[in-house]
Design a protein around this ligand. Structure first.
Ligand code: DAH
Length: 343
């Protein structure tokens, strides 16, 4: 039996030395020291030996057990340090590799276009003034000369919040707020969101406008044209020209729709210009001379006669779409980063 134990022990020592991995080492341990391992199997025969021999055999078995446990421990430590070394080699950190930067985000085209318009007009002396998006029916409609039976007031076009209260349908609602909150001259620009019951490729239930208002002694239509020409040149390039077409808006008289020469075909109608559809012109805003009724309602008491003004209003998305050649208004509001990253 002692010879058998010695044989098992010698072989196991060899196996431990040869084990090439932690897994292989564990297999060696189980095979010799495990509950059903070779050592235990031999010791099962202890019952058949004499009482005299039994302690000697037990001592030999314990000896081997201790020796093998020590060998296993040493080999395990050696294998672990080899594995660690290999991992350190393979995972070497290259601190000189440029980092992959996170995307920093960018300003929405509605924001950049609004800011650009404000920047241009600020140089012409306009201050920014904002008004509430939830507005009274009075300031949105009555105060800008839109009578009670005007179709624009229809529930189909306007989001009413309750009797006499609505989501403003245009930033012209800020005109009367401006005129009543300060004395003349008034020279303000009001950017902001507006709301209408309308939704398709060119209409959104929420969109943005910028309203301009200039009231002073002897303000003329030529002043309006000067401001709008400057705005068009700054926005669309030095060659941009404007033209005014007579049009009707209840809050101005006379009123006009304003076109800018097409920045693509430079205002020379060419068949095939997709931007202006071959007309050479792009409609960008509405404008006119402030209706006398508004000035009356504003009640500039100290002004006497001779106070006049002009106003203009434009859709920010429309201008952004022209500047960036964005084909569908809805892209502006879908929040798709693939779209937004382009700006
Ligand atoms: N409020 C008009 C709209 O929403 C735009 C507009 C037209 C504003 C003419 C003006 C103006 O100040 O004079 O369509």
């Amino acid at each position: 039996m002692i010879a058998k134990l010695n044989g098992i022990g010698e072989q196991a020592l060899k196996d431990v030395a040869e084990a090439g991995s932690l897994d292989a080492l564990e297999q060696v341990r189980v095979a010799v020291l495990g509950k059903k391992g070779a050592l235990s199997e031999v010791l099962k025969g202890l019952g058949t030996v004499t009482a005299e021999e039994r302690p000697k055999i037990g001592a030999v078995a314990n000896d081997w057990k201790r020796k093998l446990e020590g060998a296993l421990e040493d080999r395990k430590a050696a294998l672990e340090s080899v594995a660690l070394e290999a991992r350190l080699q393979s995972e070497r950190l290259d601190a000189s590799l440029p980092a992959r930067l996170p995307h920093r985000g960018s300003l929405h085209p509605v924001t950049t276009t609004t800011r650009r318009i404000i920047e241009i007009c600020a140089k012409l002396g306009f201050d920014v003034m904002t008004g509430p998006e939830i507005e009274t029916e009075f300031l949105n409609f009555d105060a800008v000369n839109i009578p009670a039976d005007h179709p624009a007031r229809d529930m189909q076009d306007t989001f009413f919040m309750g009797p006499g209260v609505l989501l403003r349908t245009h930033t012209s609602s800020v005109q009367m707020r401006a005129m009543r909150s300060q004395s003349w001259p008034v020279r303000i620009l009001c950017p902001g969101a507006v709301y209408r019951c309308d939704s398709d490729a060119t209409h959104s239930p929420m969109f943005h406008q910028v309203e301009g208002l200039w009231v002073d002694r002897d303000v003329k239509m030529s002043d309006l044209k000067g401001v709008l020409s400057t705005l068009a040149r700054e926005l669309f390039g030095a060659e941009a020209k404007i033209r005014l077409r007579p049009s009707y808006f209840p809050f101005v008289e006379p009123g006009a729709e304003v076109d800018v020469s097409c920045f693509q075909c430079k205002g020379t109608p060419q068949s095939g210009c997709r931007i202006c559809k071959g007309t050479g012109w792009l409609e960008i805003l509405g404008a006119g001379m402030v209706h006398p009724r508004l000035l009356e309602l504003a009640g500039f008491k100290d002004a006497g006669s001779g106070l006049t003004g002009f106003a203009f209003g434009m859709g920010v998305e429309r201008i952004a779409m022209l500047l960036h050649q964005i084909p569908d208004l809805r892209l502006m509001f879908q929040g798709d980063v693939r779209f937004l990253r382009q700006f």
